[in-house]
Design a protein around this ligand. Structure first.
Ligand code: GTP
Ligand code: MG
Length: 365
């Protein structure tokens, strides 16, 4: 039997990693390959995991820390996807505030597991709008800690996917590709749209290309990396309701109201929610810098009970995020004549990254 291919997909919060993975998984399945997906988060309840499950893709989660700090769990989940689900390709999405994947995840796995798997290039997904903002706002007297993290994510890429090109004109795309090639001359830079499918077949061809990938071991200042992560507030919540309503309209209203509330206490980075009802699901999300809501549903979700999973990532105090969620929920419930209550919530700042392994040299490929 051919060895399973493992592809790590990183990139900043909201860049489009999950959307890219789901679109790629659909193509791989059309080509009759068995795909498994691993999602990852600093907290517990994950919208991404629900999105993968909605597509009936075999999936596993690594929660309560990024792959590097939860390495043993990652290794186990990969093994499960291969041994229990027969996965021939595993697409593993790293937390969007995570970097140093090559030294702390890919190379330790290769060193420990040797030939058991084939390691695909490390892919970093980049939101074209965020890249423009990053390039425009960088100053010669040094970048912010979050910009430092963003740059480190790019530096370890074997492949960069310039995503959301459906929203940017071709002249700008050309310019951004040029700037990316100057920043990371060793990486393949591909123009893609996870939404329209542009460039995804090309990406899959690159993923299947044998090579000594993951060789870019970063020089990372972990104090700066930790400060960048700690600038972010994280909130995961579950909300439950026994009222029947138009859940798509509810999700749109809640997302917009919550974005406004967060803007009052900080800066939204990625806000996403998933509503599950007996007659369907709705997902709604908005990612900085544009914060344009995108909403999708599988039908006409109107029934009760409804279970809403909410994930907020923002440059804001975690307690202020709790307050923002409570206020937005009250406003939307009034607007939509719904009774709903938060049944679980956690909010925090990611803690100092402490990788289980860190290889300062690439393992033999
Ligand atoms: N227009 C457009 N929107 C996209 C595209 N890819 C993703 N999005 C939207 O961007 C937002 C973030 O997408 P995700 O796939 O959840 O991003 P992510 O990188 O997985 O986010 P995190 O897991 O929070 O780090 C969602 O609203 C998506 O609908 C794209 O190619 N074009
Ligand atoms: Mg995601």
């Amino acid at each position: 039997m051919a060895r399973t291919v493992i592809a790590f997909v990183g990139g900043f919060l909201g860049a489009g990693k999950t959307t890219t993975i789901l679109a790629a998984a659909a193509r791989l399945r059309e080509a009759r390959l068995r795909v498994g997906v691993i999602t990852n988060d600093q907290g517990g309840d994950l919208v991404d995991a629900l999105l993968v499950r909605d597509q009936n893709i075999p999936n596993r989660f690594v929660t309560r820390g990024c792959f590097c700090c939860q390495f043993d769990a990652l290794e186990e989940r990969v093994h499960e996807l291969v041994s229990q689900e027969g996965a021939e390709v595993v697409l593993a999405e790293a937390v969007g505030s995570c970097t140093d994947i090559s030294a702390t995840v890919l190379n330790p796995l290769r060193r420990r597991r040797g030939d058991a798997y084939v390691y695909a290039p490390i892919t970093i997904v980049v939101d074209a709008h965020r890249l423009r903002t990053f390039l425009n706002e960088r100053t010669s007297d040094g970048e912010s800690d979050l910009d430092y993290l963003y740059l480190k994510q790019l530096e370890e890429a074997d492949v960069v996917l310039l995503n959301k090109t459906d929203e940017v004109d071709e002249v700008r795309i050309q310019e951004l590709v040029g700037r990316l090639r100057a920043l990371v001359p060793w990486a393949y830079v591909l123009r893609v749209s996870a939404k329209t499918g542009r460039g995804l077949d090309q990406w899959l061809r690159v993923l299947g290309t044998p090579g000594a990938w993951g060789q870019h071991i970063l020089d990372v200042d972990y104090d700066r990396y930790a400060r960048a992560e700690a600038a972010l507030g994280w909130l995961n919540a579950t909300i439950e309701s026994n009222t029947a309503c138009d859940w798509r309209a509810f999700a749109e209203d809640f997302l917009q109201t919550l974005l406004r509330e967060i803007q009052g206490v900080g800066r939204p980075v990625h806000v996403k929610l998933h509503v599950e009802t007996p007659d369907g699901w709705v997902k709604a999300a908005a990612a900085a810098p544009l914060n344009l809501p995108s909403v999708a549903a599988d039908g006409n979700a109107r029934a009760a009970p409804a279970r809403i999973v909410l994930n907020v990532r923002a440059v804001a105090d975690p307690d202020a995020l709790r307050q923002a969620v409570e206020t937005a929920l009250r406003v939307t419930c009034e607007n939509c004549h719904v009774e709903a209550a938060v049944s679980a919530v956690e909010s925090f700042r990611p803690s100092y990254p402490k990788p289980t392994h860190r290889d300062s040299e690439p393992a033999p490929a």
